[in-house]
Design a protein around this ligand. Structure first.
Ligand SMILES: NC(=O)c1ccc[n+]([C@@H]2O[C@H](COP(=O)([O-])OP(=O)(O)OC[C@H]3O[C@@H](n4cnc5c(N)ncnc54)[C@H](OP(=O)(O)O)[C@@H]3O)[C@@H](O)[C@H]2O)c1
Length: 280
């Protein structure tokens, strides 16, 4: 079993730094069994954080996640997200109930606002806090929030109870290193890196391939290991292939040398100025 490091949220809860994404799961009945098997393999390997959303396959991914965690709910740190247009005070409560039904559980460990929409942040936060008091969620956070959004959130009543910001972050999308990542680290807000291998698009980069070979590793493992160098960061690769899930889990064992980290900086330059947060 790979030794996956832990990351602690500000409320003291500790989770593995490598979790399991579910985007594109639950789209077709034919692929459901392999998706469930892949998630179960990840849980067996200690990737016990499962990231889903009401958006993915319009609830279908939550149903896949529900099947994967059946009978082992207590092993899992379960994350889901609410659509921005459902994020009124009462809307988040109703959406959460629907998610819980699809996931066949009575609680989410973490509930996120998927991206900013038309409802005032104060209303969404009030709904999240009500869910927390009712024991339906353990904690809440946001997703796709740039630095100015985070600063605004901190001014809202109870806004400082936000424990995470889930954003696009990988070797080819390093903009957050300029401002958002250090700000989150200083403020005790865990960053969840989504699309950590850029949905596979960076894996043919010659420099990534060269470095991977030197470690007898794969480009995906190097891309994930690069992210795991950061403090207070969780990466959530998605795979519906049990072998690749295993490959991703073992990325936690890679220790990249300073020389190779410099080579990655040359191939994928870090930002030199503010870049607006990108979204997928
Ligand atoms: N909050 C947001 O707005 C937001 C946005 C995007 C994503 N997310 C979350 O983040 C998760 C991860 O992001 P993502 O799914 O966009 O992209 P990703 O994890 O960067 O990449 C997933 C793609 O890479 C392939 N893959 C996975 N492991 C691989 C490996 N070791 N070697 C080669 N290919 C591999 C997968 O194919 P196979 O399945 O065939 O292996 C899939 O096509 C999502 O599933 C979702 O939970 C959140």
């Amino acid at each position: 079993m790979p030794d996956i490091p832990n990351v602690a949220f500000s409320d003291g809860t500790s989770v593995p730094a490598l979790g399991l994404g579910t985007w594109n799961m639950g789209e077709h009945a034919k692929t459901a069994p392999i998706e469930v098997e892949s998630l179960k393999r990840g849980l067996d390997l200690g990737m016990t954080l499962v990231d889903t959303a009401e958006m993915y396959a319009e609830g279908g991914a939550e149903e896949i996640a529900g099947e994967a965690i059946a009978g082992r709910r207590d092993e899992v740190f379960l994350v889901s997200k609410v659509y921005p247009w459902n994020a009124s005070r009462q809307g988040v409560i109703d959406a959460c109930d629907r998610s819980l039904e699809r996931l066949k559980t009575d609680r989410l460990d973490l509930y996120l606002l998927h991206w900013r929409g038309e409802h005032p942040l104060a209303e969404t936060v009030a709904g999240f806090e009500e869910l927390r008091r009712a024991g339906k969620i353990g904690a809440w956070g946001v997703s796709n929030f740039d630095l100015d959004d985070m600063q605004e959130l901190m001014e809202v009543p109870d806004g400082r109870n936000c424990v995470t910001n889930q954003v696009l972050y990988n070797l080819s999308r390093r903009g957050i290193e300029y401002d958002l990542l250090p700000w989150c680290q200083e403020n005790g807000i865990v960053v969840m890196a989504y699309s950590p291998i850029e949905q596979g698009r960076i894996l043919r980069n010659p420099e990534l391939i060269r470095i991977a070979k030197a470690y007898q590793a794969t480009p995906a493992q190097v891309a994930l290991a690069f992210l795991l160098e950061r403090d207070g960061l969780i990466a959530i690769p998605k795979s519906a292939n049990p072998q690749r899930v295993e490959e991703n889990a073992h990325a936690a064992e890679l220790d990249l040398s300073d020389e190779d980290l410099d080579a990655l900086d040359a191939a994928f330059p870090p930002p030199e100025r503010k870049q607006p947060l990108e979204m997928l």
